[in-house]
Design a protein around this ligand. Structure first.
Ligand SMILES: Cc1cc2nc3c(=O)[nH]c(=O)nc-3n(C[C@H](O)[C@H](O)[C@H](O)COP(=O)(O)OP(=O)(O)OC[C@H]3O[C@@H](n4cnc5c(N)ncnc54)[C@H](O)[C@@H]3O)c2cc1C
Length: 467
């Protein structure tokens, strides 16, 4: 692999406009780090592309030599798929341009953008692109996997708001994918992850919004069960303007948290209302009445503040492990299991994240995009977050143990962006009745599985063989 990466380097170095980083060179150590500190790999070459022709050259050189290649936008793959040992990383971090047309309510987002760069550019025009909740996440991986966030109920998934993709496919061609050109590829890219090529540009729809009402509060241990029951039943009828996320966790030891709750199991509630603030007040007040009064507050926040408020909770370089799934209905015994589990959480930063989809997401028919099941409304992400390698086993085993207990009540299916690196066998579960169509599109655009460091859909001729 070292020789192969040297060969790719030699073939690229004269025509490459970006940076080619090899082990030992200045900048390499920073460039090889990804967000999840559990995944420390050493690529033989990092090709930091300056433009589309760099991406084409990198793809062609790597596929000719047959070197293992990862694609990186924001580096936030929970599974650590945007790096590799010995092979090449196509790093898009120099391709972060965002162009906005306020009149058409459209943006053109380069393939290496972080969510923060998208928000900054679109907010200048008073517009939003619905994406995720942490601004240092990459737009590339998030959109290609689906993309859920504060505005999902109101405007749909990120991928539902894509009008077109431009990508470099495995043979180095630049290919458009939209409703008129290559519609099968357009279908597959909306939820199919990095399977089909390097997306160099997303054309997306924007919506007017600059501020929301944000309400937050901690429900103490005794209130968690009733609160989850209320959430489960209420969300089925909730207005589109209302989004309510719940994290079950141990309350942090910070000044913002009432002393009696610190270190205790709580349901941490974050709610937003995107419509007229007065109309949202009764909904928000009802939820806050179940929270400890000293922890509850509500205020109008700018969209940029909303999008960055969780940034520091998920710093780069900590150790993370996740398992995720859907529930059609959150039954009482699943609630009991989650509540019991919080008392045994091994790390204070670990959370059971619960969100309710529905709204605009559920209005898109299942067959319209590759994104998984839209009829399973409750999405759960078990996210372990800790700092020391010596605590890996205890944190991973806590997640696996809880997941195994909850699994029988879950609906088969998984959101590919919330999968960990040891779950490749769950990829068909993510696509279910869409699997065969995914395989057909993959077989057409990437018959040799050049793009395989992703939640991989093997092309037909390689199905059943390990990569
Ligand atoms: C702190 C944090 C917060 C998150 N919050 C949310 C959230 O609110 N909502 C949500 O839906 N998800 C969320 N996620 C999950 C997130 O969607 C995935 O981790 C996603 O893969 C991150 O994208 P990235 O570009 O940063 O990842 P990278 O690690 O850079 O890439 C991941 C994979 O995506 C593919 N890829 C990335 N860019 C391109 C491209 N331009 N062309 C082709 N393939 C590409 C590649 O296959 C690559 O392996 C969050 C993750 C983290 C770590």
């Amino acid at each position: 692999m070292v020789e192969a990466s040297e060969e790719v380097y030699s073939s690229l170095r004269r025509r490459f406009k970006g940076n080619l980083l090899r082990p030992g060179q200045s900048g390499y150590e920073d460039a090889r780090a990804i967000w999840n500190g559990m995944v420390a790999r050493a690529p033989g070459l990092i090709a930091r592309c300056a433009d589309v022709s760099d991406v084409q050259n990198a793809v062609r050189a790597a596929s000719e030599i047959g070197i293992l290649t990862a694609v990186r936008c924001g580096g936030h793959s929970l599974a650590g798929l945007s790096t590799c040992d010995g092979g090449m990383v196509i790093d898009l971090s120099r391709m972060r341009q965002v162009m906005v047309d306020p009149d058409a309510r459209r943006a053109w987002i380069s393939g290496g953008c972080l969510l923060g760069s998208v928000d900054a550019a679109t907010q200048k025009a008073g517009l939003v692109f619905p994406s995720g909740v942490v601004s240092h996440t990459g737009a590339g991986g998030l959109i290609l996997g689906g993309g859920t966030g504060w505005l999902t109920r109101r405007f749909g998934l990120s991928c539902d708001n894509v009008e077109g993709f431009t990508l470099v496919t495995a043979d180095g061609s630049v290919v458009p994918a939209n409703s008129r050109e290559n519609p099968d590829l357009f279908w597959a890219l909306r939820g199919g992850g990095g399977n089909f090529g390097v997306v160099t540009e997303f054309e997306v729809r924007l919506h007017p919004l600059t501020a929301v009402v944000l309400a937050e509060g901690l429900a103490p241990e005794a209130e968690i069960r009733p609160l989850l029951e209320y959430w489960r039943d209420f969300m089925a009828e909730a207005p589109l303007d209302f989004k309510w996320n719940i994290n079950l966790r141990l309350a942090p030891h910070t000044n913002k948290v009432p002393i009696e709750l610190r270190g205790r199991p709580v349901a941490s509630n974050s709610l937003i209302w995107t419509g007229d603030p007065e109309a949202g007040r009764p909904y928000l007040e009802r939820v806050l009445s179940m929270c400890s009064p000293d922890s509850a507050n509500s205020k109008i926040v700018s969209f940029i503040n909303l999008q960055t408020m969780a940034d520091s909770e998920f710093p780069h370089g900590r150790r993370y492990y996740t398992k995720s799934g859907y529930f059609t209905y959150l039954d009482d015994s699943s609630i009991d299991r989650m509540v019991e589990a919080v008392t045994t959480i091994p790390s204070a930063e670990t959370q059971i994240e619960l969100a309710y989809l529905g709204g605009a997401t559920a209005r898109v028919a299942a067959q319209e995009t590759a994104f998984g099941d839209r009829s399973a409304l409750f999405i759960m992400n078990l996210l372990a977050n800790w700092s020391e390698a010596s605590a890996d086993a205890v944190n991973i085993s806590w997640i696996r143990g809880l997941f195994n207990k909850l699994r029988p009540a879950m609906k088969p299916g998984v959101y590919i962006n919330f999968m960990s690196g040891d779950e490749q066998d769950r990829v068909p579960e993510a696509y279910q009745e869409r699997w065969e169509r995914m395989v057909a599109v993959k077989s057409h655009y990437d018959p040799n599985n050049f793009f395989r460091l992703n939640q991989n859909v093997p092309p037909r001729k390689l199905a059943g063989k390990s990569s």
